[in-house]
Design a protein around this ligand. Sequence first.
Ligand code: PMP
Length: 396
Amino acid sequence: MTFETLTLLPADPLLALIGAYRDDPRPSKLDLGVGVFRDATGGTPVVRAVKAAEERLLGSQDSKSYLGPEGDAGFVAALAPLVLGGAVAAERVAGVQTPGGTGALRLGAELLAQAGVTRIWIATPSWPNHAPIFTAAGLSPQPFDAYDVADQRLDGDALLAALDRAAPGDAVLLHGCCHNPTGIDPDAALWTAIAERIEARGLVPFVDLAYQGLGDGWDADAAGARTVLAGCRYGLLAYSCDKNFALYRERTGALWTVAPDAPASAILYSNLLALARANWSMPPDHGAAAARIVLQDPALAADWQRELDAMRQRLRTLRQTLSALGTIGRIDLAPIARGKGMFATLPLSRTQVAWLREQHAVYMAASGRINIAGFDEAGIARFGEALAALDHAGVA
Ligand code: PMP
């Protein structure tokens, strides 16, 4: 094996899109590509309560000495009841802080591999980083079609049929809410059916909850995760605070495990610590420390929830405005009102996506995924005009 065997890899397409957008001089340009929340001015501000917590941290922190592989235990302890809502007995749950939701997914993937799990079922399309993360940890992703992008619909039967095909002990990846990239989540009945199927077939649910509070509301957004994790023997929950606390680059997340009882939970926890130690030794502290201060202070927590409510309301309003455009050419925007969170995926070909960028300065992922938060009212009108022009030009 030599370095000469390595090949040049293409840059991450979404990161390349950021550069292209930045360099585009057209004032009407529209950035629907990158997956960060934007407010009405197009900014991604620091959450007020986080800013206040950071100021406190600056004034009071008297050491930056090492913590441990578990990270900020106070952060994990304060967040756990808010996320799980008491759905799973505390003795069955163990958790550690991780570098973002990505770190949580990677750590969970390695725990699965360590436990001898070899396959993880992933409904497609999914977040493009899911399959690489599981592959890197030595698992074999089992993709299956479940989202009908043209109709913007989740095919629950296809999802349940995949769970029937999975072998006992296989893992199943589930987006907790605000599915990335479609915005289409299971309804309560489907979550119940998924939970029953997972329990009956002895599968291991791995829930990825990266957008709690940005869909239907704090508890509603965790309801599916709670249903599934309450019913399983073993399960995992990867969590990100990078969207709902707007901590993005601070890389703030957590991984929780669910086990049948306290002794089994202690075993999982000890394995999480060992795996974390071999990966990053300990996670970065700042974001989790700031989030902990917010969570432990009722006034700051209330203010954070108010700001999160406003983010969710903005997304909902934008979805309704987009949806009201109805059908333009062959693209039906009406279902966007039913979607949750930041993303929707439109049935556009790569050629059409490129044409929209070149001719109308509309920047979106090649998959047709749009970030709803990238719009303002004027942008929605421009987007509608661009779609009409696309249809008129007959670009396929
Ligand atoms: N899961 C999903 C579905 C995501 O969309 C993202 C972020 N785009 C993550 C996990 C990772 O989040 P983080 O930035 O906290 O690593």
